[in-house]
Write a protein that binds this ligand. Structure first.
Ligand code: PMP
Length: 289
């Protein structure tokens, strides 16, 4: 496997980052996860724009231009001869001192991995996920800006631990006020009486790119959409529910905390979104070469 690291494509065995890198020492950095279908990267510009916005928000000076990052991303996919897969693009603060001070880190590092990913086993895309609510809360936006896709994922990992310990594959995370924020690596949608709902970003959700695609598709499919603070009650009493994310794509949810959602099977409108998403993802995007 070829990895893009600070301007060069190197062998996986040579792709190394210092133990003094603040990305490793403190989770100080930002990242993106992208997908490519049939040799085309889906929503490439949106992902790279979000990367630059995340970097700006944490005062991480990007040593590469927007165009250079786009080119590097395409080159990495092409160098690995892949047609379909997932891209992980990471920018770390770089090598610094053992103290926190990010200004002591002179040069950020960027690396890009193109590989496969399977977030949930295939069968769950047909039968739907049974999810739980976890005790781990999303940090308040004043503590950690939810829009920033930072390397600090410990909060999500603790939520994932709870899910796995409860024999579930995914957990719904609430914010400090008890409103639904998102799942450990996905945004959440529900359908009630024909209207599509998703939590507000300010309730602690990442401004997901797949989420934005679903909102676009809702307009095309003629499904009214509303962004709204949601509680567990709204999910318990929803007609349908599904999760979205670059790695997850679109996956139905059939129960929350052992309570069936709708009739406990993947919903009909969810199926329409799933189909429309795959049609769009499979036929659009930026060619890698
Ligand atoms: N929330 C979190 C916490 C995530 O890590 C992700 C995956 N990037 C998402 C939501 C979904 O975002 P996107 O559709 O941009 O991949």
């Amino acid at each position: 496997m070829k990895i893009w690291l600070d301007g060069q494509l190197v062998d996986e065995s040579e792709a190394k980052i210092s133990v003094f890198d603040h990305g490793l020492l403190y989770g100080d950095g930002v990242f993106e996860g992208l997908r490519f279908y049939n040799g085309r990267i889906f929503r490439l510009e949106e992902h790279i724009t979000r990367l630059f916005d995340s970097a700006r928000a944490i005062v991480l000076p990007m040593p590469w231009t927007y165009e250079e990052v786009i080119k590097a991303t395409c080159e990495t996919v092409a160098a690995n001869g892949l047609q379909n897969g997932y891209i992980r693009l990471v920018v770390t603060r770089g090598v610094g001192e053992l103290g926190l001070n990010p200004y002591a880190c002179k040069t950020p590092s960027m690396f890009i991995i193109a590989a496969g990913i399977k977030l949930y086993p295939e069968e769950y895309y047909q039968k739907g996920l049974a999810v739980i609510t976890c005790a781990t809360r999303r940090p308040a936006p004043g503590a950690l800006m939810p829009q920033v896709k930072s390397l600090n994922y410990l909060n999500n990992i603790m939520a994932k631990v709870e899910a796995i310990q409860a024999n579930a594959l995914e957990a719904v995370m609430l914010n400090e006020q008890g409103y639904v924020a998102e799942c450990t690596g996905d945004n959440l949608f529900l359908l009630k009486n024909g209207t599509l709902y998703s939590p507000l970003i300010s309730d602690g959700a990442l401004d997901g790119i797949t989420r934005a695609v679903i909102i676009e598709l809702a307009a095309k499919l003629g499904v009214p959409f509303q962004e709204k603070s949601l509680t567990r009650y709204d999910i318990y009493t929803a007609d349908e529910c599904f999760l979205t994310g670059t790695a997850a794509e679109v996956i139905p949810v059939v129960s929350l905390d052992q309570r069936k959602i709708g009739d406990g099977t993947p919903g009909e409108i969810t199926g329409r979104f799933l189909k429309a998403f795959h049609e769009l993802a499979g036929s659009t995007g930026t060619p890698v070469a």
